[in-house]
Write a protein that binds this ligand. Structure first.
Ligand code: FPP
Length: 237
């Protein structure tokens, strides 16, 4: 019998489509984001069950500040509440939380909540959940370069890689975007260099275990070549 395929070590997700999910139900956009939190909880559990070691999600981009003030404050509130409500359960399930993004611009309450959630889950080893919040790929590359320049370290691919906000995990193998759009929107610009891209028509609140399994099946059907020829890859298999 053939061995089961090795799961991707790292899956990254642009959780798009919350607003449309809500609008289709004549609900405020924030109701879609709330449902998005439910979907995220389900996805974290499903990834852990499938042996995926790292999940990175895009929860709030550097550009999301441009949304209506009510939606921005609603998302901040949602994060604060989700932290209080979800962290004990996530921790019990072996999830280590890591918040990736600029702390500047966040309220003291949100900032303290992020730091506490990180320290409370720091000992967990089953799955690393990176929540990109107030994050942009360009911000990350610029902050890494600035760090190196301030320390007088020459900028190389390796030094920059180590200074990036996701230096604690391997690069994503699979990058999923829900909601039917086909773009990166400033997510993991550096780290996604060799990620397999998968676009789903499903809106994020509807992205369930079956949808995740479809994405994983598509991933397993790909040949990852990392610049080599197909023949070279086959010879090493
Ligand atoms: C994009 O959908 C989604 C976001 C900007 C927010 C993503 C946040 C969550 C899934 C909730 C998890 C959040 C926290 C706080 C942990 P959209 O609003 O752009 O949807 P649309 O394209 O249909 O308008």
């Amino acid at each position: 019998m053939a061995a089961p395929p090795v799961p991707p070590r790292h899956v990254a997700i642009v959780m798009d489509g919350n607003g449309r999910w809500a609008q289709r139900r004549f609900l405020p956009r924030l109701a879609g984001h709330k449902q998005g939190v439910e979907s995220l909880r389900r996805c974290v559990r499903a990834c852990a069950q499938r042996g995926i070691g790292v999940l990175t999600v895009f929860a709030f981009s550097s550009e999301n500040w441009n949304r209506p003030a009510e939606e921005v404050s609603g998302l901040m509130e949602l994060l604060a509440k989700a932290l209080t409500r979800e962290v004990p359960q996530l921790s019990q399930e072996g999830v280590r939380l890591h918040f990736v993004g600029a702390r500047a611009g966040l309220s003291d309450k949100v900032r303290a909540g992020l730091e506490l959630a990180q320290s409370q889950t720091a000992h967990n080893t089953r799955l690393v959940l990176n929540v990109c919040f107030n994050y942009g790929g360009r911000w990350d590359i610029a902050q890494a370069a600035a760090q190196l320049a301030a320390r007088g370290v020459p900028i190389t691919e390796e030094s920059l890689d180590r200074a990036l906000a996701l230096a604690h995990v391997p690069d994503p193998d699979l990058l999923i975007r829900t909601g039917g759009e086909m773009r990166l929107s400033n997510f993991l610009l550096w780290q996604a260099a060799y990620a397999e891209l998968y676009f789903s028509e499903r809106l994020w609140p509807d992205f369930d275990e079956a949808a995740l399994d479809e994405a994983l099946a598509a991933y397993h059907a790909r040949e990852r070549r990392f610049g080599q020829t197909s023949e070279q890859v086959q010879a090493c298999a």
